[in-house]
Every structure is written in C-alpha cells, then in structure tokens.
Ligand binder design. Structure first.
Ligand code: NAP
Length: 323
C-alpha cells in the first residue's frame, strides 16, 4: 500500500463489502470494528492521521474534535441528518462534509407508518398484556384503538421523507395537512394542503414529525404544542431527538393530553427519559428508521461513493452546502 494513500477512519462497524471498496480505491483504513462509540479522547488518537472520517449519527464530530485532527479534509456522514457534525467548524477549516439523502427515504417513511399503526392500534401494549397471560377471551370493549383510515394526517416537515409518508396516506383515504417554512407548489405536495403550524397541531388526528434537527427545531414540539393537539391524537417522531421535548411528551401522555406516541429518536439517546420509558401508550424504537439491510448497505455505499469522489478530485455527489 502506498504510504501517501489517504487514511480513512471508520468510527463504527460497517459492512465488509464497503471496506473492500475503500481499499480497492486506495484508501488506508483505520477501523473501529465495534458498535460502541469511541470515547472522545480515544477518537482523537484513533483518527489522528486520518484525512477522511466515515461516521454515523452515533459519532459526534464537534469543533473540539475537528480542532484536534490536523490532517482532516473530508467527513462522510452515513445518514441524511448531519446534526452530529459541526459543519460550521468544518467549513472554517475547509473540510468538506457529505451526507446520504434519498437512499433511506422510503424505508424511513415505512417506519413512520409502522409506528403510527403500532401506537394507534395499541399493538405493543396489547401484545405485552397477552404474553403476560392476561387474555381470557375476546371482549368488545377491550383494547380499543384509533382509526388511521379516513382520518386527518399532519406532517411537520414535508421534504423527501415527509413526501414519501404523504404518498402512502393516499392509500388509506386520508386528508393530509403539512407544514414547512416554505409551502410547496401544489403539484409537488402529493395531495397535501399547507397550513400554519397551529392549524396543523389542532386539526391533525395523527402528527408525524420529519424535520431536521437544528437550533430552530429544538423542542419544536413541547408542552405548549402538545396542549394544542387533540386528546385522541397520535404523535410520531422519526425526525431527531431534541425536536420533541421528551419529558413534556411523557407528561402529555400521562395526562391524556394526547392518546399515544411512536418515537424512534430521543433527546439524549441512547439514554431515554424514565418518564417516557414508563409510559404504556408510547411505542419506543432504538433509532431504526433506516434499518433494513438493503437501506443501511445503500447508505454506507453512498457515503463511500462520496469519499471516492473526493479521492478522485471530483465534487462530492452529496456535498453539504454551508450557508
Ligand atoms: P429534507 O428533504 O431536507 O426535508 C426536511 C423538511 O423539513 C423540509 O421540507 C423543510 O422545509 C422542513 N423544515 C425544516 N426546518 C423546518 C422548520 N423549522 N419548521 C418546519 N419545517 C421545517 O430531509 P429528509 O430527507 O426528508 O429528512 C428529514 C430528517 O429526517 C433528517 O434531517 C433526519 O434528521 C431525519 N431522519 C431520521 C431517520 C431515523 O432513523 N429516524 C432516518 C432518516 C432521516 P422548509 O425548509 O421549507 O421548512
């Protein structure tokens, strides 16, 4: 191997075929073959010689880390959301950053629906009860849930994934409302209608969140917003931890301010607010929005393709533009 070959530091386990692609393209590899994130001081040592970082949402790449990696030129994020990376600090050093849009859109939209159905139809809760041996026969008034079909779906964040969620709603005969800062052209909205945020909160029977995390979307859904929702509403968060105030959500669930929630991402994940863990009407999944074999492999391959673009001196296909 050429000693001048750039080193890529891969900070958590990926797929062997993706590593083979990087090797074949002439990268030297530093590999943390583990799903446990490296502690910050270990990460600095591990990536010290790296010109490239290949990271996922579980690895924060903050300004302090960037400052301590003198050779770093490029960061390829495995994920469309890149709030784990301080892109402003990277830009200051001229470090390029890429992400993996599109490849995970449909799989993540599927999970939004899985969470909505599971929460609305009380699937986790009733299955736990059945397994505990409580079931004594069919009851007409037991385990009553909420209808999805013919109801009003609210989507907060009608981008790639939000639009994929909206397309699926047509099959269930739903009225779809959405809110973005910038309304879409009607022919781009998949039959959904733009409304302001307050209308979305008060009119949605079910609300799915798909906005990126940023200072602007921090606690976009907190106590005040939850109080505006219907007591029969289901909230689904497949966006990012921090978009919802998780403790306020647990209180709203306990008070019956909303009916149920399906949550894939958490404020301090992998730690979860104990109040939320204790809520029987919350369906909780461990950040599995894009977790199918085909999609996760596709995401890693897109991140690798971005690194290959960079290595070939070309513009990365998913370069993040810092405004
Ligand atoms: P996208 O195409 O950029 O869509 C994001 C949408 O959010 C845009 O329509 C944007 O419209 C809207 N938005 C942004 N800020 C807003 C605000 N303050 N208020 C209202 N709307 C706002 O992104 P995407 O590919 O759909 O992905 C969305 C997010 O999903 C990612 O950033 C990621 O964090 C999350 N995600 C999670 C998983 C998971 O595993 N759970 C998997 C994939 C993605 P405007 O700019 O007009 O407001």
């Amino acid at each position: 191997m050429n000693a001048d070959a750039p080193q890529v530091a891969i900070t958590s386990r990926i797929f062997p075929e993706s590593i083979a692609k990087l090797k074949a393209a002439g990268f030297r590899i530093a590999y943390n073959d583990s799903n446990l994130p490296l502690e910050p001081d270990k990460l600095v040592c591990f990536a010290h010689n790296a010109k490239a970082l290949l990271v996922s949402a579980s690895t924060p790449v903050n300004a302090a880390l960037i400052e301590q990696l003198p050779n770093l030129q490029v960061i390829a994020n495995i994920g469309v959301g890149y709030n784990n990376i301080d892109v402003a600090a990277a830009a200051k050093r001229g470090i390029q950053v890429s992400n993996t849009p599109d490849v995970l859109t449909e799989t993540t939209a599927d999970l939004a629906w899985a969470l909505l159905f599971t929460a609305a139809r009380r699937i986790s809760e009733s299955e736990r009860w059945l397994r505990e041996g409580h079931w004594q026969g069919l009851t007409l008034d037991g385990w009553l849930g909420l209808d999805i079909h013919s109801s009003t779906l609210g989507i907060l964040g009608m981008g790639r994934i939000g639009s994929a969620v909206a397309r699926r709603a047509q099959g269930f005969g739903m009225r779809v409302l959405y809110h973005n800062r910038t309304p879409l052209a009607p022919d781009q909205a998949n039959g959904a209608t733009w409304v302001d945020k307050n209308t979305l909160l008060s009119e949605a029977d079910h609300l799915i969140l798909v906005v990126p995390y940023s200072a602007q979307t921090h606690h976009l859904i907190g106590a005040a917003e939850l109080a505006q929702m219907k007591p029969s509403a289901v909230l689904v968060n497949i966006a990012r931890g921090g978009v919802v105030d998780d403790v306020a959500l647990a209180h709203a669930l306990a008070k019956g301010q909303i009916a149920a929630a399906g949550i894939d991402v958490f404020e301090n994940e992998p730690a979860i607010a104990p109040e939320l863990l204790a809520a029987p009407n919350a369906v909780l999944t461990p950040h599995i929005g894009s977790a199918t074999k085909a999609t996760r492999l596709g995401m890693v391959n897109v991140a690798v393709a971005n690194l290959l673009d960079w290595h070939a001196g070309q513009r990365m296909r998913n370069l993040i533009h810092i405004s």
